[in-house]
Design a protein around this ligand. Structure first.
Ligand SMILES: [Zn+2]
Length: 167
């Protein structure tokens, strides 16, 4: 039996798609937060699919430094060429669902909203270096999310492109 050539090509194509597309592994416990983050990206027209597919893992780990005084609550892990491979969240954030959400949004902000820098040392924003009160942020959540997105490098870049396109 001869396989029609077109079918053969289609098979070949579907094989190559399966081989090349690499699925990012998203921790179930972070999925709801990632989904709500992406829903907000949609309202601001911020593209995230390409960046998402560049990652290997978005996950909760027990390997980040924690002591009684300070802890690394989350970080972006890079490969040798400094390309971000993994978004990591410290397991201790799971002790409080609000903290988990804030830390997740902070790390998503670094990566998807292109925050290379923090906005301040400890000013009560999602993108502060540290937060002495997660409670205050959680209580001001909608406003905090608005600040996070509207002051983000990714959003501001888009706004500038729009302005420069107007003759
Ligand atoms: Zn940070």
């Amino acid at each position: 039996m001869k396989l029609p050539l077109i079918l053969f090509y289609m098979l070949l194509l579907s094989c190559s798609i399966t081989v090349t597309s690499q699925e990012v592994n998203v921790d179930e416990r972070l999925k709801p937060h990632l989904n709500s983050f992406f829903a907000i990206c949609n309202t601001y027209n911020i593209e995230y699919n390409y960046k998402l597919n560049e990652l290997k893992n978005i996950t909760i780990v027990d390997t980040l430094a924690s002591s009684s005084k300070t802890a690394t609550l989350g970080m972006l892990e890079r490969d040798k060429s400094t390309k971000v491979e993994n978004i990591l969240v410290n397991w201790i954030t799971m002790l409080d669902q609000q903290i988990l959400k804030i830390v997740a949004f902070h790390e998503f902000g670094h990566y998807f909203l292109e925050y290379d820098q923090h906005t301040c040392e400890d000013c009560g924003n999602i993108m502060s270096v540290t937060n002495s009160s997660y409670f205050d942020i959680a209580n001001d959540w909608e406003n905090q999310v608005k600040i996070l997105f509207e002051q983000s490098p990714a959003y501001l870049k888009k706004q500038n492109q729009l302005v420069s396109r107007i003759p």
